[in-house]
Design a protein around this ligand. Structure first.
Ligand SMILES: [Zn+2]
Ligand SMILES: [Zn+2]
Length: 307
């Protein structure tokens, strides 16, 4: 029996948003108010990730003054350099950057000849200690070749709430599943990408399993994949047997399991808190992942489980 370490590791789950903007780039609210709102909403941590471009003076916002009892912050930024296949500028999320992370040569939101590639910038962020994710693939119009090139990334945004509210392009699962099928051991994060100019906040988050909610412990757990993502449902345990899977959760209406290629199956029910599925449909798929959906349509996503 295999239990992902997110559920077997010591500690508890901490709720956080990893992708947020403020007036230090194109967000509406100042950093103190953004932090206050997330804390008031019951979040355990927040990464403020303003756009790291020259026209905003390459912000890595000092959020240490906004830490409080039961609420911590992780320094970060949304990094930009290099062109995607569509000619537009890359967006890469970096959580856990040092305050003195060296600026890229990215004066604005247009690619500039000779600047770092997205892969070079992502690798530099990882080397500096960050947890790095490919942001909003569907909104970006990212191709599979684009995503494949950024081998330094730990994760893909499976859900971006701002992109859901603002343009109905929230998805990262399609490209993530293709990368998993190529053997890339990526994890999947849900984020808000909140700017507070529309209902783009408190809609997608990560639940990180760690012994304590320090930035160091949270970052280590993120890099180790010891988390799940959610819009509401709680994912409490996954037990993977040779021939079946069992999942404990808050009350849900569907459990969907996805694997390589067309391998996928769902069980439906009413207020299911333990869901079970026979895995004969999944053959030799080297990975599986679990999506839960509650009666309101809100989802939770496990990370891929390699078997
Ligand atoms: Zn972005
Ligand atoms: Zn953003």
């Amino acid at each position: 029996m295999l239990r992902p370490t997110a559920f077997s590791a010591a500690g508890r789950f901490w709720r956080g948003n990893l992708h947020t903007h403020s007036t230090r780039s194109d967000g509406v609210l100042p950093p103190a108010e953004v932090c206050r709102r997330y804390r008031a909403e019951g979040y355990d941590f927040l990464a403020l990730t303003d756009h790291f471009v020259g026209c905003y003076d390459y912000p890595i916002v000092d959020t240490l003054p906004f830490r409080a009892e039961g609420f911590t912050t992780i320094l970060g930024a949304e990094l930009h350099s290099g062109a995607m296949a569509n000619g537009e500028l890359w967006h890469i999320l970096a959580v856990g950057l040092p305050a003195d992370f060296a600026p890229s040569d990215s004066p604005d939101f247009h690619p500039k000849p000779g600047q770092e590639t997205a892969q070079e910038l992502a690798a530099r962020a990882v080397a500096a200690g960050a947890f790095v994710a490919i942001a909003h693939p569907q909104w970006s119009g990212l191709t599979l070749a684009d995503a494949r090139a950024v081998t330094a990334a730990h994760a893909v945004e499976i859900y971006n709430h701002g992109c859901a509210m603002g343009c109905d392009r929230p998805d990262g699962a399609a490209i993530a599943d293709l990368l998993l099928t190529e053997g890339r051991r990526l994890t999947m994060i849900a984020t808000d990408d909140a700017h507070f100019h529309e209902p783009d906040h408190f809609g997608g988050w990560v639940m990180v399993k760690a012994p304590e909610s320090t930035p160091e412990a949270l970052l280590a757990a993120l890099k180790a994949g010891e988390f799940y993502s959610s819009q509401g449902p709680e994912l409490r345990d996954i037990r993977l047997h040779d021939d079946r899977i069992e999942v404990d959760s808050s009350a849900v209406a569907a459990m969907i399991v996805q694997g390589q290629g067309t391998a996928a199956r769902a069980v439906h029910g009413s207020s299911m808190t333990t869901s079970e599925m026979d895995l004969s449909r999944f053959g030799t798929s080297p990975w599986l992942r679990v999506t839960l959906m509650d009666a309101a349509g809100k989802k939770a996503w496990s990370n891929p489980i390699w078997r």
